[in-house]
Design a protein around this ligand. Structure first.
Ligand code: G4P
Length: 189
């Protein structure tokens, strides 16, 4: 999506270690005009899939997930991150390791909001090693729901998560794909 790529080139900051800072327009301060266009693009890409629910994980995925949900006219559900195991049987839950933050958490969603007849689209802001999406897929599987695909704003392809998901047969549509980053520059695919 050229609009997003241009904005990344203009306003993102590249940090050593392959980290991209997009807090000025995407994951802390949000540009609503850009977000609306991104939501439209996600909706356009998955328009023919019969999606009836969008699933993301708190916190930064919520904005794009909500924008896409508004365009598709479907509810958006976000999984929560719990630091300790949740023993309440009313939730689906799975452990996730975050490479970027170096921590572990349980990803949890109420059984009430994810059902076996749901057709689910996953949405997130970043796709790096894919652990967040793998966790969300496990929640979809626990619910017996159907996975329609996954869409994220920025895929850092060199971290491999997107291609691993594609190899598993998951349809992954990223709005901007970063093929390579140096300590000061990035290159789109
Ligand atoms: P993965 O889910 O693809 O495996 O990625 P990883 O574990 O490495 O990333 C975990 C968190 O780090 C995610 O946010 C993800 O959005 C974020 N992240 C990954 N790469 C970048 C990057 O280059 N720049 C920025 N700004 N964030 C990145 P999270 O832990 O779920 O945090 P949040 O959604 O609560 O903000």
């Amino acid at each position: 999506m050229k609009l997003l790529e241009d904005r990344i080139l203009q306003d993102a900051r590249v940090l050593p270690g392959g980290v991209l800072m997009v807090g000025s327009f995407l994951n802390q301060q949000i540009d609503p005009a850009l977000l609306r266009e991104m939501g439209r693009e996600v909706a356009r890409l998955f328009a023919d899939c019969g999606v009836n629910k969008i699933l993301t994980v708190e916190a930064s995925g919520i904005a794009l997930a909500c924008a896409a949900a508004m365009e598709l006219g479907v509810p958006m559900v976000f999984a929560k991150k719990h630091k300790t195991s949740n023993v309440d049987g009313s939730v689906y839950s799975t452990p996730v390791h975050s490479f970027t933050h170096g921590n572990d958490y349980d990803m949890v969603v109420s059984r009430e909001y994810l059902r076996s007849d749901d057709r689910v689209l996953l949405v997130d802001d970043f796709l790096a090693s894919g652990n967040a999406l793998f966790g969300l897929i496990r929640l979809v599987e626990q619910a017996g729901a159907t996975l329609c695909g996954a869409s994220c704003a920025i895929e850092k392809r060199f971290q491999g998560g997107g291609d691993q998901l594609r190899a598993m047969g998951v349809r992954v549509e990223s709005l901007a794909i970063v093929e390579r980053m140096t300590d000061t520059e990035l290159f789109f695919g």
